[in-house]
Ligand binder design. Structure first.
Ligand code: L34
Length: 301
């Protein structure tokens, strides 16, 4: 009889690497086809207006990636580049101008904004039907109530990655590490909902959580979005867990996630790399929302 070694502490299994770059490329290809079908049937060609204030080099890379992805999917994109010295009033005027421009379907104000600008005031000014980030309180409310107009890009991208790797989310314990408005809070809201890639038991943990490792060790699904390089160490991961690393940190000229990847790879059953994991999915989900925004403005949906 042939005996196969069972996975144990002594025989580490290497995790499945969840290829976000490839999954995002496939989704973008499907979107490109949907755009052509939509335009051929008389719909508007989706148009994203991106606003980049200041000269944060990372933001410039992300916005450039977004623009390129739009164009590759047959969507229009316009970049509004403003100096770091832009006043809140000037930025507000631009947002209002984009709100009333019928040729623009989606508005993206790249974060972070310079410190002298009140972020919430700007984001609240984006008209809800063009809010492709799903940051407006009306859209967050609709999403939390399970009747979304848009889905938030990064959390939705994480959900797509969980679906793609075949993670069993239904009934699982998902621990979301981080409580930001852009990732942690909406991520938890999506995972706890009734539906596909959802129905999880969700814990939100954060910088003030007591006995953090004890909690993360209970996670069947661990979403790391705390913004600290290599924060999640081996002892914080349950063997066989699915680990989604949302962090993008620059450490000694290298991109690293929130998870100590080399250590985690021998413990998790599946894990996203950084780069090439969640980042590309955020962009693919933004494109999805931009097509949806065009449909909303065309009064198709
Ligand atoms: N308004 N601001 C708004 N919406 C967003 O959804 C974002 N976010 C975050 C920062 N500010 C935002 C992004 O777009 C983070 N983020 C983002 C998007 C894309 C990528 C990373 C972060 C990305 O493309 N990452 C690549 C590596 C890029 C590189 O080389 O630096 C990756 O493979 O992870």
């Amino acid at each position: 009889m042939t005996r196969f070694p069972l996975p144990s502490k002594d025989t580490p299994v290497t995790a499945q690497i969840i290829d976000g770059k490839a999954i995002a490329a496939r989704i973008r290809q499907e979107l490109a086809a949907q755009v052509e079908t939509y335009v051929a049937s008389g719909g508007s060609r989706p148009h994203l207006a991106a606003v980049l204030v200041g000269d944060d080099p990372a933001s410039a890379v992300y916005v450039r990636n977004k623009e390129r992805a739009c164009q590759q999917a047959g969507m229009l994109s316009t970049l509004h580049r403003l100096p770091a010295s832009t006043t809140q009033e000037e930025l507000l005027t631009l947002v209002q101008q984009l709100n009333s421009d019928a040729s623009v379907h989606g508005i993206l104000v790249q974060l972070p904004l310079p410190k002298h600008i009140h972020e919430t005031s700007i984001l609240d000014a984006v008209t809800p039907l063009k809010d492709v980030d799903c940051f407006h309180p009306e859209n967050v409310g609709l999403m939390v109530q399970g009747r979304p107009r848009f889905l938030p890009c990064t959390p939705h991208g994480c959900q797509e990655l969980l679906a793609a790797c075949g993670a069993k989310v239904d009934g699982a314990h998902a621990v979301v590490l981080g409580r930001s408005e852009i990732v942690g809070k909406p991520m938890a809201a999506l995972l706890v909902q009734k539906g596909d890639v959802a129905n999880a038991t969700v814990t939100i943990a954060h910088s003030r959580t007591r006995n953090l490792a004890e909690i993360t060790r209970q996670a069947d699904i661990l979403i790391a979005a705390i913004g600290k390089p290599n924060f999640v160490t081996a002892d914080m991961i349950k063997p066989g867990a699915v680990v989604i690393d949302v962090g993008i940190n620059r450490l000694n000229d290298q991109l690293v996630g929130d998870v100590d990847y080399p250590a985690a790879i021998d413990i998790a059953s599946a894990i996203t790399p950084v780069p090439g994991g969640v980042g590309p999915m955020t962009i693919a989900m933004l494109l999805k929302n931009t097509l949806r925004a065009a449909r909303l403005q065309d009064n198709v949906d």
